[in-house]
Design a protein around this ligand. Structure first.
Ligand code: DX5
Ligand code: ZN
Length: 226
């Protein structure tokens, strides 16, 4: 494992957009590590979320790094915009990149961490020849496009396989899990080898989002869940 403690990235997609500032402050004042920012184009995924002007507004108030998940076709066109809008991590989809190595190089040249997201049907073995160029792999544990979906169980096997692959080639690779993550599966995900847990509805639909983050952050084989 590259991290001694896993990271928590609340997904702003599940926030209340009418009181975004308040929800940003909740994340700022919580034990969360990153903001997860979901950008959708209505083409790569069957939904449209928000774009760079909203991301810039978030960046103005966020005191933690922005982890940007681009669910868009042809992401190369927007990498500079994304960086200029405040991204620390830029994750593109494997399925949206014809020249993935070139895209990853461009992200790094901008000074950002380079991430690759895999749809549920995409095997981790396809990353073998490029894994040394990746900072983070986001394993989608739902089909991308919407929050609040059911977690796909095959994810655990993918994490273990990727952890094995990365231990041979890129030991500092971060494995992020996105979709249907909550208190019920967090410990098992970490045990399988996850480093970053994205949590949307399990944080923002909770009665106490700060407590939900704290529980996710402090979960683990030896930690209490209460
Ligand atoms: C889905 C997004 C996720 C989403 C997760 O396409 O990539 O980041 O916000 O939401 P939950 O945690 O509700 O599944
Ligand atoms: Zn996401």
């Amino acid at each position: 494992m590259p991290t001694t403690k896993h990271l928590i990235a609340p997904s702003i997609l599940a926030a209340d957009f009418a009181k975004l500032y308040d929800d940003i402050q909740i994340v700022n004042n919580s034990e969360a590590d990153w903001f997860h920012i979901d950008i959708m184009d209505g083409v790569f995924v069957p939904n449209i979320s928000f774009g760079f002007p909203v991301m810039q507004a978030i960046a103005k108030h966020a005191t933690k790094p922005l982890d940007v998940h681009l669910m868009i076709v042809d992401p190369d066109r927007y990498l500079k915009n994304c960086k200029d809008s405040g991204a620390a991590v830029i994750t593109v989809h494997y399925e949206a990149c014809t020249h993935l190595h070139r895209t990853l190089t461009a992200i790094k040249e901008l000074g950002c961490k380079a991430g690759v997201a895999l749809n549920p049907h995409t095997p981790v073995s396809l990353l073998k020849d490029v894994i040394g160029n990746i900072d983070l792999v986001c394993i989608m544990s739902v089909n991308p496009g919407f929050g609040g979906q059911k977690f796909i169980e095959q994810t655990y096997a993918k994490i273990k396989e990727l952890r094995y692959l990365s231990s041979e080639i890129n030991d500092s690779l971060l494995i992020e899990i996105d979709g249907g993550v909550g208190i019920d599966n967090a410990a098992k995900l970490i045990e399988a080898g996850a480093d970053v847990l994205v949590a949307g509805s399990s944080v923002f639909s909770a009665v106490d989002p700060t407590k939900a983050v704290r529980q996710l952050k402090n979960i683990g084989p030896i930690a209490s869940h209460i």
